[in-house]
Ligand binder design. Sequence first.
Ligand code: F6P
Length: 547
Amino acid sequence: MTQAAIATALAALEGHRVEIASRRIVDLFADDPGRAQRFRARLDDLVFDYSKHRASGVTLAHLFSLARAARLEAQRDALFRGEAVNLTEGRAAMHMALRDFSGGPAPVGGRDVTADVRAERGRMLAFAEQVREGRIRGATGQRFTDVVNIGIGGSDLGPAMAARALSPFGVGGPHAHFVSNVDGADLADTLKRLDLARTLFVVSSKTFTTQETMTNAASARARVAQALGEAAVGDHFAAVSTKLDLVADFGIQPDRVFGFWDWVGGRYSLWSSIGLALAISIGPANFEEFLRGGADADRHFAEAPMQDNIPVLMGLLGVWYRNAWGYGAHAVIPYDQRLARFPAYLQQLDMESNGKSVTRDGTPVAMATAPVIWGEPGTNGQHAFFQMLHQGTDVIPVDFLVAAQPIEADAHHHDLLFANCLAQSEALMRGRSRAEVEAQLRRQGLPDAEVARLAPHKVFEGDRPSSTFLYRRLDPRTLGRLVALYEHKVFVQSAIWNINAFDQWGVELGKELCSRLAPVVADGAAPLDALDPATAALVAERRALMD
Ligand code: F6P
């Protein structure tokens, strides 16, 4: 029944696309003087402007019908009830419980986890506070000036993104660094700048088996033992994991091990003890504000009607472009240098969640799923890839993010930053027609032949869609709201596509092949005949280059 209703809603959406395709975004504004005000949703002082889209009120009505056909609200409610929505792993996805200060029960499989969450968060934040205050020190008695998080994927991208975004809030605390890549350059380049006697390592891994993290952790441990003695290791390491037995084997003291639960997916774990390095760098109060921002977004997603619901609008507009228009990419361009890692963070959140080809029941999915998510901060991107956004053959919807106020008092810079952000979204929408280009060239006094030759190169098709997030300033609460809004947007899309957003089997094959290949690579004399010919040839080439 649901699948038939979805198919009907999608067919209607497709028919509507054909109707609206001849309408330009500027025409939609001309037809509807209230559009700029109405195509806007709010979460307190955070504004989501979605007026610059190829979408009318009728488009939204079609998208809401699609959402109803997919039983989006029922799916959302099941998520919030802590049901086992991650069907292939038989788990809930209840990361919202980590930021729930409502006092109400947060059920996971029918059990209230509120007390567990509060207790573990209390331990973790108390440790963070003691490190910041110098009550917990290194083996030589010196205060920690630096904390190095060793983790990868969800055990790295979230805290790394947030520590950078919120760096002005960490005054007086240790600096956070993040080592993720098994490429030894990552650890080496980080440690080059640090004094090990004043460095605390946090080994962050949900499974505590991830090759990259375990390799980096072992190397860091060896460096500490070499520099400060084996007895110093315990003072310089803490860990975050769901596998407390494996952490114990690594030799980290139990009072420095912070847990979380299997109902927290790796890419949703920033809100858990995985945020330890972040909490050390910005302090417990700011960390709690970040959590409260996430809770704001949860309430909004759970309660706001669809037409005012930011994650629902974000998700449905994404479905509109992905499925009705066939656009395969989505750019996220923060006009906020401190959000430089936000696109990378969203890549895991979105592409690891929704990069799926089968529905929840294992049948092939009938629609295209996750687009390529990418981006870099503006204004830098303007001088790199914006040419393609404006005049390339692919249309790429964009999310712009910008603060009304800077954190520092650099009003002039910020005015320019803000103007650039708005100018780009306006240029994408408006474009510049052939007639406008020709008139401009003629005004410059160019002869007709030159006008005709140059004009095609200067035309901007326009009509390229974008959303703009405007917030007062990039503080912990705002960041929490933004991150959780994107989490829920990903969920909305998974609900429409009927896919499981909470597993990631697609990362397994490469890991398995690597564990078979690594011994062959390490042993320069190992036979290569069991390898596939392409792999064998490259291993042989590498051996030749090792001389
Ligand atoms: O390889 C993918 C992945 O499993 C992610 O889902 C996860 O965030 C990352 O690896 C790290 O995993 P762990 O926290 O268990 O080390």
